[in-house]
Design a protein around this ligand. Structure first.
Ligand SMILES: [Zn+2]
Length: 413
């Protein structure tokens, strides 16, 4: 006889609560219990019980009733309860390091970022700094009655098993077990590639109710541009991680196999033309370590705005490389929406639209219905930090029953 599965009441409640939270996250307007019942297919009685659990645990709150002219009975809109459930995002990047604390209602509670050129930095020093920055904030959060539901750390390289930074070439860091650091262990922070997290930050309603983010396509290629260029492939609202969690490394698509050698060992990688160090060097603004300073980047952007010939040539070459690399990615994936994040956001919408036109002219699907879209990231300010905090909050969204109970004490599981 085949194994008989029984319905587990706790699992069912966990699933239903998750559906209710996600339905509220996906809605641009506050919803009532009746709206939620209609949208989820659950009965009104079941919905009332689920909503009571969420209200009791300060996940949602009732807003002022709105008179209903049709039936005469006021409708009570529900909204996420602010200043209670939070996720913590940490990031170590090639332009600095920091953290952010985001609540379920979409408000940034604390945020701190240290600009740094990150030349010859030692992991122990950076993580000790992060620990010193975060410890007092964690203490304050607990004292104020917040509950931390999870944390994640964004790093600029390949990540294995959510714990090991395999290689961050532009930091010259290799094989680092992030669990060796106090702050990561204390927060149970899971590690992820910064581009994957930056892509998550663009997804409306992923784990917080920030309605300021404008709608974006369900499937897109996200490009995280800095010294290196990383990327993420999002298909139907989900980041595609690949077989080893290494998918999306668009910066290492070779656009010229006779081109300059990349830190990965290959020649002519996209980031050798369109990364910020490559652009600064090609524009003859600075070389080597001096090319990654904030002043050099500022000078490049100023030179480009003033139509300096070298800056324009460098950026034009970078755009050709971007069009070539992105076209290869679009031909391979059949995903025609591109979101540009990171350093390239400085080049404005006009550059994004020129890139769109260039790729449209060479993409294989141009003779059919393929229509390329290139847009600047809706959320461009340290998006990986926000994505990391969202991953922390998502633990509550995915498994509410791991967190919700009659107890009011703060805990992390
Ligand atoms: Zn490379």
């Amino acid at each position: 006889m085949a194994k008989l599965y029984k319905i587990n009441r706790d699992n069912l409640r966990d699933h239903n609560l998750s559906v209710v939270i996600q339905t509220l996250l996906n809605s641009t307007d506050p919803m009532s219990r009746a709206d939620l019942a209609k949208s989820t297919g659950l009965t009104k009685a079941a919905m009332s019980m689920l909503v009571e659990i969420l209200i009791k645990n300060k996940v949602i709150q009732q807003l002022s009733p709105i008179p209903d002219s049709t039936f005469g009975r006021p409708s009570v809109p529900l909204a996420f309860y602010p200043h209670h459930w939070v996720g913590i995002g940490l990031q170590v990047n090639t332009d600095g390091y920091g953290f952010t604390v985001l609540d379920l209602a979409g408000e940034t509670i604390y945020s701190q970022w240290v600009d740094d050129t990150m030349l010859n930095v030692v992991p122990e020093d950076i993580f000790t700094q992060l620990d010193h920055m975060l410890q007092p904030v964690e203490n304050e959060l607990i004292a104020l009655g917040y509950t931390i539901c999870g944390a994640s750390i964004a790093v600029p390289g390949l990540v294995e098993n959510k714990t090991t930074l395999v290689n961050a070439r532009n930091l010259k860091w290799k094989n680092i077990n992030l669990q060796d650091f106090n702050v990561i262990r204390r927060l149970h922070a899971v590690a992820a590639n910064e581009a994957d997290l930056a892509a998550i930050a663009q997804l409306p309603g992923y784990a917080s109710a920030d309605q300021s983010i404008r709608p974006i396509p369900n499937s897109f290629i996200y490009l995280s541009t800095d010294i290196g260029i990383s990327g993420a492939v999002v298909s139907n609202g989900t980041v595609v991680h690949g077989e080893h969690n290494f998918a999306g490394e668009i910066g290492h698509l070779s656009v010229d196999w006779n081109g300059p050698q990349c830190s990965c060992g290959r020649c002519g990688c996209l980031e050798q033309y369109a990364g910020r160090r490559a652009l600064v060097e090609a524009a003859h603004i600075a070389d080597g370590d001096a090319a990654v300073t904030r002043q050099s980047v500022k000078r490049l952007l100023e030179a480009w705005k003033q139509h300096d010939t070298d800056a324009e040539k460098a950026i034009s070459r970078g755009m050709k490389a971007m069009a070539s690399g992105l076209c290869s990615a679009i031909n391979l994936l059949d995903i025609s929406n591109v979101i540009l994040g990171g350093f390239w956001v400085n080049f404005t919408d006009a550059v994004a639209k020129q890139l769109e036109k260039d790729i449209q002219g060479i993409a294989l699907g141009r003779d059919a219905s393929l229509k390329v879209n290139v847009d600047l990231a809706p959320f461009a300010d340290h998006p990986a930090l926000r994505g990391a905090a969202l991953v922390g909050l998502r633990r509550l969204v995915d498994h509410p029953m791991h967190f919700l109970s009659d107890s009011t004490s703060s805990f992390i599981r």
